[in-house]
Unconditional design. Structure first.
Length: 327
């Protein structure tokens, strides 16, 4: 049995740890609220961009069927996957630990993606991901740790431009995103999405449902009409196809799609960074709450053990005094 001094030292150590975990939980909770506000502020803009793009795609399809559009579709270069070139993977983690399985899950998902494409180029966002990928033999072309700590649209847009340029030049055959999605405070599942080649799902907000109603029949162009086929559930946003032909689009749907699509892809990457940041703070809040609860339980057990040992020592001393007086 440990001595009273040893137990007392352990109690002091646990109390110090308890103060640290409680403070970290409060800090993570405050950061989580800010991250949630950032996600909530960006979501309407992203949804509106996606809805506008969906409407333009529908309008283009209607005019194509009427013979008003000819030649290659304006998004053909973004939707055609090349047989040559590497796969580009944008993997997002955090810069620090103490957030449960947040980083481990993202790293595990990235390694699983690398098993499908061993020669892929990994753009690691976050020091934990960068260190893991460096050990795995896939160092990041640049240091993007600042985007994990403080997500910014300018940084995300610059990275998205590099990825889009590489895809259009056939240096990358596909661009994938791997990150932890903030589903709730207690759930941050790892998500693997395809950013390029383009489909409607590529630009959907992560927390929106991409499922069309079962009784709806989305009107989208088929391959026989010269436009890449896109199913309703991948497009996701339920645009008002029946009213698409009523829109007056200037200068033309094709030109607006060509101009808007890169902006939508850039904002998609930015929203992923915001989503991952919120998931990180949620995971850290839960982890620190669990650590605090465990510390409180341990402190309670140690205090009980200390009191029992102290009582046993006092009882033993009393018995010694009584026994000595009887001799």
């Amino acid at each position: 049995m440990a001595s009273l001094k040893e137990i007392k030292n352990r109690i002091g150590s646990v109390r110090s740890t308890l103060k640290i975990t409680s403070a970290m939980k409060l800090v993570a909770s405050a950061k989580l609220r800010k991250a949630q506000q950032a996600v909530a502020a960006a979501l309407p803009y992203q949804q509106t961009l996606s809805e506008v793009l969906s409407t333009l795609l529908a309008d283009y399809a209607v005019k194509h069927r009427e013979g008003k559009n000819a030649g290659a579709t304006p998004w053909e270069a973004f939707s055609r996957e090349s047989d040559s070139g590497r796969v580009a993977i944008v993997a997002v983690s955090s810069n620090s630990s103490l957030c449960g399985g947040f980083n481990a899950n993202a790293i595990r998902g990235t390694l699983a993606a690398l098993s499908d494409a061993p020669d892929a180029t990994v753009f690691s966002i976050g020091r934990k991901m960068a260190d893991a990928m460096k050990k795995a033999g896939h160092p990041s072309p640049e240091d993007f740790s600042h985007l994990a700590e403080h997500p910014s649209y300018d940084g995300a847009a610059a990275l998205a431009e590099e990825l889009i340029e590489g895809f259009l030049e056939r240096r990358y055959s596909r661009v994938e995103l791997i990150y932890n999605h903030f589903a709730s405070t207690a759930s941050q599942p790892t998500v693997r999405e395809t950013l390029l080649p383009f489909s409607g799902a590529s630009v959907m907000p992560s927390n929106s449902s991409p499922v069309m109603p079962s009784d709806s029949s989305p009107v989208m162009p088929s391959d026989s009409e010269g436009i890449s086929s896109t199913s309703g559930d991948t497009l996701g946003l339920r645009p008002r196809y029946d009213n698409a032909v009523d829109c007056i689009v200037e200068p033309s749907s094709g030109e607006l799609i060509e101009e808007l699509l890169p902006k939508v892809l850039k904002f998609k990457l930015y929203s992923v960074l915001l989503d991952s940041a919120a998931a990180e703070h949620a995971a850290r809040t839960v982890a620190m709450q669990m650590a605090t609860d465990n510390a409180e339980d341990l402190l309670r057990d140690l205090t009980l053990e200390y009191n029992k040992s102290r009582q046993q020592k006092i009882t033993a001393e009393i018995l010694d005094l009584v026994g000595g007086s009887l001799l």
